[in-house]
Design a binder for this molecule. Structure first.
Ligand code: UDP
Length: 238
C-alpha cells in the first residue's frame, strides 16, 4: 500500500500480563507507557490499530472457580479487570498524543462507551485507537476469542497476539533449548497439536473467517511496526 505497510488495519491483542511488567500483579505504568509509544509509532506510520486487552494481571475467572466461586461470576470479575487495563492504556495513549476510546462489551455508561459496532468502526476510520474492554461480554470466553471476534467485526486484516516470545514453538523455548520455531502454521495444525497459541474457540473463529493470526514478541520496542511492515520475526497462522 501507499504507506508501505503489509497490514493497514490490525487488531492487537495485549494480555493482562503484558501490562504487568516484572511485577507479579497489577499494572506497571512504565510498561503501559512503553506499549502506548509502540502503538503511537504504528499509528503515526499510517496504521489503524484496534486493541483488545486481557485481564489476567488482575483476575482470571478460572482462578476464582478453582477457589470455589461460581465460574460465570468469576468470569464477570475477569471481564471487569480488563476494563481497568483498558482505561490505563487509553490514558497512556492520550499522553502519547494518540486519540483513543475505550469501548466496553458490558455497558457502563458513566465510565466509557458501550460497544456498538458501527460506532467503533467510525472511531477507527477517524484515526482513533479503539480499545475493546470486557472481552466478548460473556462468561466462558477469553479475551483471545474477543480479539478474533472484534478483528473480524472491524474488518481487520490480521490479529496480532503480543507475547514474550518471537512466535510459536513446538515446546517451551525457555525450558527446551531444542524447541523448534515455526514461521508459518495452519489453523488445523495448531488445533490438532493443541499448540498453546490461543484457545481453540479463538483459532476456530479465525479459521472460519480466514483471519491470519500473527504471534510476535512485544518485549523489544518497535516490534509492532515491524510486524505491520512484514519485516518482524513472528509466526503467521493462516
Ligand atoms: N473473560 C470472560 N469472557 C470474555 C473475556 C474474558 O469471561 O469474553 C474473563 C475470564 O474470566 C478471563 C478474564 O476475563 O479469565 C481475563 O481475560 P483473559 O484471561 O483472556 O486475559 P489475559 O490472559 O489475556 O490477560
Amino acid at each position: 500500500g501507499a504507506t508501505g505497510l503489509g497490514y493497514k488495519r490490525l487488531l492487537l491483542k495485549l494480555s493482562g500480563e503484558a501490562l504487568m511488567g516484572k511485577s507479579g500483579f497489577g499494572i506497571d505504568m512504565d510498561v503501559v507507557d512503553r506499549l502506548a509509544r509502540d502503538i503511537a509509532e504504528a499509528v503515526n506510520a499510517g496504521a489503524e490499530i484496534a486493541v483488545v486487552v486481557g485481564g489476567g494481571n488482575i483476575f482470571r475467572g478460572l482462578a476464582g472457580a478453582a477457589k470455589g466461586m461460581e465460574r460465570a461470576t468469576a468470569d464477570y470479575m475477569g471481564m471487569l479487570a480488563t476494563v481497568m487495563n483498558a482505561l490505563a492504556l487509553q490514558n497512556a495513549l492520550e499522553n502519547a498524543k494518540v486519540p483513543a476510546r475505550v469501548v466496553s462489551a458490558i455497558p457502563m455508561p458513566t465510565v466509557c462507551e458501550s460497544y456498538i459496532r458501527p460506532k467503533a468502526l467510525q472511531h477507527i476510520e477517524q484515526g482513533r485507537v479503539v480499545i475493546f474492554a470486557a472481552g466478548t461480554g460473556n462468561p466462558f470466553f477469553t479475551t483471545d476469542t474477543a480479539a478474533t471476534l472484534r478483528a473480524v467485526e472491524m474488518d481487520c486484516q490480521a490479529v496480532a497476539k503480543a507475547t514474550q516470545v518471537d512466535g510459536v514453538y513446538d515446546s517451551d523455548p525457555r525450558r527446551n533449548p531444542d524447541a523448534k520455531r515455526y514461521d508459518r502454521l495452519g489453523y488445523a495444525e495448531v488445533l490438532a497439536r493443541d499448540l498453546k497459541v490461543m484457545d481453540g474457540t479463538a483459532i476456530a473463529l479465525a479459521r472460519d473467517n480466514g483471519l491470519p493470526v500473527i504471534v510476535f514478541s512485544i518485549e523489544e520496542p518497535g516490534n509492532l511496526l515491524k510486524v505491520l511492515r512484514g519485516t518482524g520475526r513472528a509466526t503467521v497462522i493462516e
